[in-house]
Design a protein around this ligand. Structure first.
Ligand code: 1PR
Length: 552
């Protein structure tokens, strides 16, 4: 099999990328030393997380001059995400850190005054002057996750000979992909962008992208074309996530289950664990129906088990071979003591998950405890929480905090110190206000911390996204808790995934139309076969919402 070299210079998650390359029929050789770069013909520079962290790793390990040499020698080179950003001179994310400076210019942060940052989700990468650049397609969507971007100015990069594909988010148009000669780079993750992304990778691996580019260099290098023809329309889609709660049933088999308000046992006398199917097969089914992400939650993670046998590891290994959208795994991400008495940090557990194919980890109970300690210490950060350690090593985008709140009704706002919301669904005694109490251990223990406190604390610690469940709504098929979602969205800037209560496609439309949620998640209605992800997306499209459709 032909070989491609991959530079794994930070503790990044390259498993997904390796899987994608292998599925395209190529062997991956990891570059371990700067000298290995010399052996490479085709070289890929991935990168996630912080620009400064990635670039300082690259230069302190001595890679930078070898990369510049590889590119200057005209050998095929592909940069992904921070690997694209590295080609520029610098980034506002770390002004003291220099890029490879192949392209003059510096990246800046998305404006978060009216939108969530990071920009997470499926968006365009379209190049009107060269619509099939590296097999990008104007109608396709690609998976992005980044807070910093190179702002697109029509004609600027083209005048330097670059072909540019752009995306647009909240009124800002940014560089989604660039190509020139032997170099191509994407801000999005082709390995996580389904078939559309695999096409781009293939165009790089086979050389067809560079060949076609050579036959059709960027047009109008001197006169910038009118901006209206180059700026992509707002393309971020409504992101839909399928969630699989996984646990061992009474026979010891790992099954997908689903609770009603977190009770996953049958209502019959036997009270067996509900078994709705096999995790790997169900994840593949949802991917093929068009799910934009798949989340696995190990819902009995608080029970001890040897770390090497973590039940999700094998599930991730198998799933990541066939599912090319982001995979999140949650449950049990916390410092722990292994069966033989060895201490294992949350970061080490997360690393095991990333190496097995996860793109993000989701932290539940441990985030609540960390937030309580944060407030107890006067809102100080010491850098030692699981959230801080994992986001430092893998980037904020890799850390989701899963929140399991329960409604607590009060007659008036000053009846509690917590952030209340006026509710249209009064409590049992007619109470018109409620606050949302955080719980741990899958709702088994309620804490004196509200969702506003929790989400603000974890945002400060570096969480990249909130998975907002609601115990009152879970499994009820009665729609999302819009009041909860609005309260959390107002409190923080990072993206929120609405979860719990979806029972039909109309509920997804409602949550997207009536709140500013960034994504919505469904479980039971898909597992029970009442609706497919595709049906929900078709419905949203009919209602005029932008969605990504599965490309087979
Ligand atoms: O605390 O870090 O070990 O993580 C445990 C994780 O397991 C948390 O993310 C927690 O939400 C989850 N969890 C624990 N117990 C349960 C349970 O159901 N008994 N499941 C549980 C949470 C909630 C959603 C569900 C939506 C949508 N599942 O993810 O999928 O509510 O359901 P619906 O669309 O059918 O209404 P830690």
């Amino acid at each position: 099999m032909p070989t491609v070299h991959l530079l794994d210079y930070v503790a990044g998650n390259v498993r997904s990328l390796m899987n994608a390359i292998e599925v395209l029929g190529y062997d991956v050789e990891l570059v371990k030393t700067p000298e290995d770069v010399k052996k490479a013909d085709k070289l890929i520079l991935p990168g996630v997380g912080h620009f400064g962290h990635c670039l300082s790793q690259l230069s302190s390990a001595g890679y930078a001059p070898y990369l510049q040499e590889h590119i200057a020698a005209g050998k095929p080179f592909m940069g992904i995400c921070v690997g694209l950003q590295a080609l520029f001179s610098g980034s506002a994310e770390d002004p003291d850190c220099k890029g490879l400076a192949l392209i003059p210019g510096s990246l800046n942060r998305f404006d978060d005054s009216s939108k969530s940052v990071p920009h997470i989700g499926w968006n365009n990468a379209s190049c009107p002057t060269n619509p099939s650049l590296y097999d990008l397609r104007p109608e396709s969507k690609y998976y992005y996750v980044h807070s910093y971007k190179y702002p697109y100015t029509p004609g600027e990069l083209e005048s330097l000979g670059w072909a540019v594909a752009t995306g647009s988010y909240g009124g800002e148009t940014f560089v989604g992909a660039i190509a020139k000669g032997n170099v191509v780079a994407t801000q999005f993750h082709p390995e996580k962008s389904g078939v559309a992304g695999l096409r781009v990778l293939r165009a790089f691996l086979t050389g067809s992208g560079a060949e076609r580019l050579a036959a059709r260099p960027p047009t109008d290098t001197k006169v910038p074309p009118p901006s209206s023809t180059l700026v992509a329309p707002e393309g971020l889609t409504r992101r839909m996530i399928a969630c699989l709660d996984v646990r061992a049933n009474d026979a010891g088999d790992l099954v997908v289950t689903k609770g009603d308000q977190y009770d996953v046992r049958e209502k019959t006398d036997t009270r067996g664990v509900r078994n709705l199917g096999k995790p790997v097969a169900m994840a593949k089914k949802y991917y093929e129906q068009g799910a934009d992400e798949v989340t696995f939650l190990n819902i009995t993670s608080f029970r001890d088990c040897p770390v090497a046998d973590l039940p999700m590891l094998e599930i991730l290994r198998q799933t990541s071979k066939t599912v090319f959208v982001p995979l999140t795994v949650g449950g049990g991400i916390r410092d722990t003591v292994d069966a033989d008495g060895t201490k294992v940090s949350a970061l080490e557990i997360a690393t095991l998950y990333f190496k097995s194919g996860a793109d993000k980890v989701s932290i539940g109970s441990d985030a609540v405890i960390a937030a309580e300690e944060y407030y107890a210490s006067g809102s100080q950060l010491f850098g030692n929480t699981a959230i801080e350690q994992i986001s430092r090593a893998y980037g904020n985008q890799a850390v989701v905090v899963s929140v399991d709140p329960k409604r607590v009704y009060v007659p008036k706002p000053d009846a509690t110190r917590h952030a209340t919301t006026k509710t249209s669904y009064p409590g049992p005694k007619g109470e018109e206000y409620c606050w949302y109490a955080c719980t741990i251990k899958g709702g088994r223990e309620t804490r004196d911390l509200d969702v506003v406190e929790l989400t603000r604390a974890v945002e400060a610690m570096g969480a990249g996204e909130i998975l907002l469940n609601c115990i009152d709504k879970d499994g009820t098929n009665s729609g999302f808790d819009l009041e909860l979602i609005r309260q959390v969205k107002e409190a923080i800037k990072i993206p929120v995934i609405a979860s719990s209560g979806a029972g039909n496609p109309g509920h997804f439309e409602e949550v997207f139309q009536k709140t500013t949620t960034d994504a919505a998640l469904g479980a039971g209605m898909f597992h029970r076969g009442e609706y497919t992800v595709q049906q929900v997306k078709d419905y949203l499209a009919e209602k005029g919402l932008v969605v990504r459709q599965f490309e087979g």
